[in-house]
Ligand binder design. Structure first.
Ligand code: NGQ
Ligand code: ZN
Length: 453
């Protein structure tokens, strides 16, 4: 029964000193603030935060980071980026997918995330035919998570159509496509694969209202009695216009009207909402899956953050395209986008004197844990023993702890991360993952091979 004694730890009630934490089966079994775990604990010279969940990720896209930053012909938009992305994924083998995912997951742990929600749609071979094992790619994602040590919520994506109104898939989408019946076979196989790795959670991810018809969406949701349900919604203005034209309502409006959105649901992006949608989603209990760095990278728009939080809305954060894997960086971008739009400061707080860093971190912890159905997000008994330990010797942590979350989110970011502990296991020391050399070596070979194609 390993135990740690943290110099400082951020408990639900705030910062505490000399916090002894004992761990059983990867979970926090006891906490003694001001104690020393009977002298048995390992002293950790640092400031421990609860590990954050990364609720939205397409891990393979890490392999094209930096490859879509040249101006294309004509207007360069989300839709032209998507063409580059489809060309990139057309070359990936299962080995490539596993190597890229392992590298992305390792960077997530180094960057302050202790679990990931993989919104997984790269299911089939390059010609669109399922692999001999329909769960081949799911198994690769699980293997990558195991290699890195990250907690995994696997969200097999249901992708049936190339666009609204049941449009036929584009050639670049062949690898994603299933009908309802084949999706259920894939889901069953994914559950069997995941069951071999304890702690892996499986949910479902109908890709978007573009990629599934209302009837097919109803069938897939009805068949999933429990577990998370994630869907992309209202990321791009064009998607809102097309949805209005075909379904007669805006994407979030349509989902609210047609499904009982509750704690199981996570709407990814939810960027373009009117006031009524913002209010209703905030009151629903569902989580908005915000991916601020990707949303900025892709030119999506700005989430209506202030009214959503004022209405009690829940959110978590995701790294989505993995252009820059950085927990603190996501939270900073979230607040900064709001500031640019509102021409104001400290927009995502609710009370005078409140720390923006603390509010963002606490809400993202809670929303991420809910959306991924994982017992994490707080240093508390019964939660997973996941800790992001900031370096106590960092000069920006020499002052009052009341400012430490702000220093982490807005000033130091990942530079401040010294250790990361996942399920009681120390995976990162001095900011580096223990398996970095091996995982990075394999990833480097994939990057070199893809560049030579
Ligand atoms: C995705 N990414 O599934 O990877 C999408 C692009 C689409 C974002 N929406 C594909 N950021 O939406 O059709
Ligand atoms: Zn996405």
């Amino acid at each position: 029964m390993p135990a740690f004694v943290f110099d400082h730890a951020w408990l639900p009630q705030g910062w505490a000193r000399d916090v002894a934490v004992s761990v059983e089966g990867g979970m926090i079994a006891a906490i003694d603030a001001g104690g020393d775990a009977g002298g048995a604990g390992e002293r950790i010279h640092g400031a421990a935060l609860p590990g954050l969940a990364n609720l939205h990720c397409h891990s393979f896209q890490r392999g094209m980071a930096g490859l879509s930053e040249r101006r294309g012909p004509g207007d360069d938009t989300f839709w032209t980026w998507r063409e580059v992305m489809y060309r990139f994924l057309g070359a990936l083998t299962p080995d490539d997918v596993e190597a890229i995912a392992a590298f992305a997951y390792m960077e997530m742990i180094e960057g302050g995330f202790t679990s990931v929600g993989e919104f997984h749609y790269l299911h089939h071979d390059v010609d669109g035919r399922p692999y001999g094992d329909i769960g081949e790619m799911a198994a690769r994602v699980v293997a990558a998570a195991v290699a890195s040590g990250i907690g995994l919520t696997l969200l097999p994506s249901f992708y049936a159509n190339g666009g609204f109104a049941g449009a036929a898939p584009l050639p670049g989408q062949r690898r994603f496509i299933n009908d309802v019946e084949r999706f259920h076979r894939l889901l069953e196989r994914t559950r069997a694969i995941a069951a071999r790795t304890p702690g892996t959670v499986v949910g479902i991810a109908p890709h978007s209202l573009r990629a599934v018809t209302p009837e097919a969406l109803r069938a897939v949701v009805a068949a999933a009695a429990t577990g998370p349900i994630h869907i992309h919604a209202a990321e791009q203005a064009r998607e809102v216009d097309d949805c209005l034209a075909v379904l007669g309502a805006r994407p979030v409006e349509w989902l609210l009207a047609n499904f009982a959105l509750d704690r199981r649901w996570c709407l990814i992006h939810a960027t373009h909402m009117n006031e009524a949608e913002t209010r209703a989603l905030a009151a629903s209990g569902a989580v908005a899956g915000l991916c601020p760095l990707t949303e900025a990278s892709l030119g999506d728009g700005i989430f209506p953050g202030a009214p959503y939080l004022a209405g009690g809305g829940r959110f978590g954060i995701g790294t989505d395209s993995n252009i820059d894997i950085h927990a603190a960086g996501e939270l900073r971008q979230l607040e900064y986008s709001q500031r640019l739009a509102a021409r104001a400061r400290n927009v995502l707080t609710l009370r005078e004197g409140e720390s923006t860093g603390e509010r963002l971190y606490a809400q993202a912890c809670a929303g991420g844990a809910q959306a991924l159905a994982r017992p994490q997000g707080a240093i508390a008994v019964g939660r997973r023993a996941d800790f992001v330990v900031l370096d106590r010797d960092d000069p920006d942590l020499a002052g009052d702890p009341a400012h430490w979350l702000d220093a982490y989110v807005f000033v130091g970011g990942r530079r401040m991360i010294d250790k990361v502990i996942v399920g009681g296991e120390r995976l990162v020391e001095r900011g580096r993952h223990a398996a970095r050399a091996r995982i990075a070596g394999r990833y480097r070979a994939v990057v070199a091979r893809l560049a030579a194609l």
